[in-house]
Every structure is written in structure tokens, then in C-alpha cells.
Design a protein around this ligand. Sequence first.
Ligand SMILES: *Cc1c(COP(=O)(O)O)cnc(C)c1O
Length: 362
Amino acid sequence: MERLNSLPLRDDLRGQHPYGAPQLDVPILLNVNENTHGVPEDAREAILKAVDAALTGLNRYPDREFTELRRALAGYLGHGLGEDNIWAANGSNEVLQQILQAFGGPGRSALSFPPTYSMYPLLASGTGTRYIAGERADNYDLSAASAAEQVSRHAPNIVILCSPNNPTGTALGADVVEAVYEAGEASQAIVIVDEAYAEFAHTGTPSALSLLPGRERLIVSRTMSKAFALAGARLGYLAAAPEIADALRLVRLPYHLSAITQAAALAALQNSTSLLANVEAIKVQRDRIVQELRGMGLRPAPSDSNFVFFGGLQEPHRIWQGLLDKGVLIRDVGIPGHLRVTAGTEAETTAFLTSLRTLLAA
Ligand SMILES: *Cc1c(COP(=O)(O)O)cnc(C)c1O
């Protein structure tokens, strides 16, 4: 980063570090919450066919409005949503960036509640939005009363809730979203609920999608990167009032979703049953990790996602390194005494648990 000092970089970017989850070449990758089952054969074939068909028109710019894709995403979400309620971009990270570009920016602020997704402060800084780090209880819970009080006190322009939360894994109750939305009335705050892991939630966990009617400042963000096993395709999307999409049209780059991306995502949605077939198996491994970690005397947080955040480690770095030496990469999210692991296939999960048990005994 020293080299940067000689460049006329923006002052507010000096000394900052880029997003940097390690990308290492090891056999078992359980560090960035991907779906490790891969893309099923029938979905692969459908995507290949759709991309092949898109090649015919590749000399032309793609549909700037990606109407067919928006219609398919609305159909997938249900909740009475139509294509006008949907917006999409290259990963939900780009969707979030566009929201910050449109509703944040210089002189404006965004509040979220760490420990949470490490990209929120980076997206804020990239768009010149002041980032406000809210607070959680000692056990990382966020109550409706506490969240609403913090929103009233800081009067932010944007609030980002993450549910299920990364890195802790726990989903928020609908009461938290409702309370934050109401408390944001005074500052007319845009309230984003990042539901990147919604498909992995325990049965009965409500989605903020059901809160959209009548709440024009509420945005629910989703992605095809996790449950759909399409992290490499880069397709994130949101559901909100149609005027939110109109606002994002002002900041998106023209033709930001390539014809190939649109074709691949559309084919994937037409094969969603097959792509989502492994979600239940992943949830079984997730619950197994929670149970076995407890048995080892560790403290896993309740998880509604495809990963488990756990504390009670005396030497987290030794454990992280020891696992890596055995070919298992998990995530050190920088919280003392804690690590985070993605629920993989049964075999990957077994390899992780076996290695961890050995390391704890050493
Ligand atoms: C993985 C993740 C995303 C997904 O980002 P994409 O850009 O869609 O790949 C979004 N939010 C959270 C909290 C995540 O953990």
C-alpha cells in the first residue's frame, strides 16, 4: 500500500485496505460461504444453451432493462411482486453500491450494526458516505428497541440490516425491521435488509419481503451467489417499491448486466428447483456443525445461514492455521476468540470437524 502514497489518491481512501478474503488453492474451501455442491448437470446444460443463444446477438448491447430477468426474479420471490419491483446488478454488492450512490454520498450517512458484512463500510467509503457503526448486545443480538433507538439518535440516510447476519449467522425478527423502519421516518431513511442467506433460514423465519407493502423506503436485497450456487455468475437483485428502481436507473452504468449474465441468470431461475436442491442438505450440515461444536465445548451462534460463527477458542489463529495446514480453509473475521466456517458437503464438513477435534486436543 506504500506505493499508493505517491499517487494523488482521494484523501478519504488513503490508508484503507481492499476487501480481501484470502483466495488460496486448497482442497476444502469453507471461507466465503459459497455453495460447495457446485452447479447440477441439468442446470449447467440449460445455462450453456441459453448463453449459446445469447451469443447470436452479442454484437448488440443487451436489454438495458433486463425485463425478462426481472419478471423471472419477481416470479421466484412471489409475495405478489412484479417486474417493476425488481432491480438487479452484478452481485448484490453492486446493487448495494448503487443504493449508496443514489441515497448516500457526500454529506450523507449509512448506519449498520457490526459485527456485520465487512463490505458495508467499504461501500460507504467508496461512495463518500459517512459510515456509522451501530452497536449490538454482548451476545451479538440486536433488539427492536435498541436498533430503533440508534436509528433515532443518529438519524442516518440509510440503514443496512443484514438478516441472517454475516458473520454471526442469526436472522432478525420482523419486529426489528418494522421498528427500524418506523424510527427512520424522521430522517426518511432508506432501510436495506440484506437477505443474501434467506434460503437457508429455519422454516418459519419471516422474510422482510412480507413487509414491503406500504413501505416505500424499504429494500430487500437478495443474491444468486449463495443458495443458487452461482457466485461466479455475479447476479444480485432487490425487491422494493418501483420508484426505488427508478432512482437506481439514475446511477447505474448503461447496459450494466451483460447479455451473457442475463441469459445465465434467466436459465438458472428456470432451473431453480435443481439449483436449490442442495439447500436442505447444506442446512443439515449447518445444524450438525452447531451441534458438534457445542459437544467440543465451543460456543456456536444460532445460524439461519449456510455458515456457523463460533467462539470459545483460546487460540483462534493456531486453529485457523492448523486447519489450513490440513487443507481446510475457514474464515478469521477478526473477532477475538472466534472463527467462521461455511457448511459444505457432508464429506467437507466431516473433514473440518475431524481436523478441528484433533487440533483442539493438541
Ligand atoms: C455473500 C454476501 C453477499 C453476496 O454478495 P454478491 O455480490 O451477491 O456475491 C451479500 N451480502 C452478504 C451479507 C453476504 O455475505
